[in-house]
Design a protein around this ligand. Structure first.
Ligand SMILES: Cc1ncc(COP(=O)(O)O)c(C=O)c1O
Length: 501
């Protein structure tokens, strides 16, 4: 019983330190300490506990407090009352905490889960941008620029006057005021009308739900050969297979698409028309129309992923395909991940009412609804003009950063490095042809504090042997000029060896 006494002494010390806890639940803390002693094996099953009087003396507490603690342990199934007010530890301890379970834990490796499928955790889910001194991750906004104080005032406002009804379940489509704000914004800035809108937990949730609702094993999904793997993963998870469509410097190749559609079974076409991901090429107007006509002809729905629409610098961005969709086959998805940050998890999907209704029903299965307080705060931020102000500031800043990175790269070109790139009209990254293989470059740079993405991560045909990967995607939005200059220097040194300053 020596160890048991010691444990309870510790407990009485902590009780003495925390006076308010003493008042409130002294007996619970004592019950806790006793339970711990039993779990650790200091008193074993069927062993009799010291008498209530003794325990009360040891802990300098009233005997009634000890009796209340013991009653608590009886109720929880750890001890049982014996004759003449003695208590002993039960023969079979409550299962979760017992030493027997611990013994099982020690001998068994792990439970044999029968997974229906297994999926690797993508690198992006593990990588913390802050681990890297230079983060060239292609779609990363500069989170340091986000107006947290301003946003906090909206959040406080929302918490000060909570809308009790909204804080419960229901409304899986999202908060009405946010839906209205976004719908008005889309009508004004992206010319999208006549469709329904629903808020999602980021556009990834929309992609996943669309896949689950519309695809089945045997279906095909046409995707850009260079593209966005999280979307591919969602499509493949439904049992559909992907078909890579060729692309060039004008975007997706409609001729190749027509051949693929003609072979049948294509259910969806996933496109990033404004700033092709990852190459940043804008799909030209003629091709957009050809692609739309093909989709109508073959009855294929188009998922238009317009993930960074606002960041377009040289002209007004081309209106989305969803803005001119007489056949109603475009499912438009977009996100606040670039306008705010990825962790905000606010995305939305715009489509015809029948599809939105099904998506809303599916979302109930997954998670009921997206976070209400964040939605309401974003709605206030939009209503009061902060959102568009931030957008204007960021567009100017990112344009400057794009121009700066272009200058640096042109400078490297003039030093004779074999790099090639098109100046992107918008987006947050430059797609750079390094003129040499980039296999292994990412890992090398990561150990030097630099995060970049290389072509192999985006290429659908990566399963083909001997493909030559020469491109890297250099995000220019997340870092200031000094950081970009220093980081780029490390990238170029890793690629081409020592450079002249
Ligand atoms: C092509 C593309 N689509 C969508 C997203 C945004 O996804 P989410 O809204 O789930 O954060 C990203 C973000 O990196 C992206 O690059």
């Amino acid at each position: 019983m020596k160890a048991l006494t010691l444990n309870l002494t510790l407990c009485s010390d902590s009780l003495a330190r925390n006076k308010s806890a003493v008042k409130q639940a002294k007996y619970l803390a004592i019950a806790d300490a006793l339970r711990q002693a039993i779990k650790e094996g200091q008193v074993t099953p069927t062993e009799v506990l010291p008498s209530a009087r003794k325990l009360a003396q040891q802990l300098s507490v009233n005997r009634h407090t000890i009796m209340a603690a013991l009653a608590e342990l009886v109720a929880q199934g750890w001890v049982e009352a014996k004759e003449r007010s003695a208590y002993r530890v039960v023969k079979n301890l409550p299962i979760q905490a017992s030493r027997q379970v611990n013994k099982v834990r020690q001998t068994q490796q792990s439970f044999d889960w029968k997974f229906r499928f297994k999926q690797d955790l993508p690198v992006t889910a593990k990588v913390k941008a802050s681990q890297y001194s230079y983060n060239f991750s292609g779609g990363q906004p500069d989170i340091r620029q986000f107006p947290f104080l301003e946003f906090k005032s909206h959040f406080s406002q929302v918490c000060q006057r909570p809308k009790i009804d909204d804080l419960s379940y229901g409304d899986s489509r999202g908060e009405t005021e946010l839906i209205e704000e976004i719908a008005t914004y889309l009508r004004r800035v992206r010319s999208i009308t006549d469709k329904e809108l629903m808020i999602c937990n980021g556009s990834q949730e929309a992609l996943y739900m669309i896949s689950q609702l519309l695809l089945q094993p045997g279906d095909k999904v046409a995707v850009e050969q260079l593209g966005y793997p999280p979307a591919w993963a969602a499509f493949e998870r439904s049992g559909a297979s992907l078909i890579a469509i060729k692309q060039d410097d004008r975007g997706l190749d409609p001729e190749h698409l027509a051949q693929v559609f003609a072979q049948g079974k294509v259910k969806l076409l996933y496109l990033t028309p404004l700033h092709q991901y990852p190459t940043t090429v804008s799909l030209d107007i003629t091709r957009r129309m050809q692609i739309y006509q093909l989709a109508v002809q073959y009855g294929v729905a188009i998922v238009e992923d317009d993930y960074d629409h606002e960041f377009h610098y040289d002209s007004q961005p081309i209106a989305p395909m969803a803005s001119d969709d007489p056949a109603g086959l475009v499912i438009y998805i977009s996100t606040f991940s670039k306008l705010m940050f990825g962790g905000a998890r606010i995305g939305y999907v715009v489509a015809n009412d029948e599809l939105i209704e099904q998506l809303a029903a599916y979302k109930v299965l997954m998670n009921h609804k997206s976070n209400v307080l964040v939605q309401q705060s974003v709605a206030k931020w939009m209503q009061q003009g902060g959102f568009e102000g931030h957008l204007r500031r960021m567009t100017r800043l990112y344009q400057k950063r794009r121009d700066f990175m272009v200058l640096l790269l042109q400078d490297y070109q003039s030093q004779g490095l074999p790099i090639h790139f098109e100046i992107p009209a918008g987006g947050m990254a430059i797609w750079l042809d390094t003129g040499k293989s980039v296999v292994g470059l990412k890992e090398k740079l990561m150990s030097n504090g630099v995060y970049i993405q290389t072509e192999v991560e985006f290429n659908m045909i990566k399963r083909l042997p001997n493909t030559e990967y020469r491109f890297i995607r250099l995000g220019f939005a997340a870092m200031n000029e000094l950081e970009v200059e220093q980081g780029l220097n490390i990238v170029m040194k890793a690629l081409y060896g020592v450079l002249s300053d």
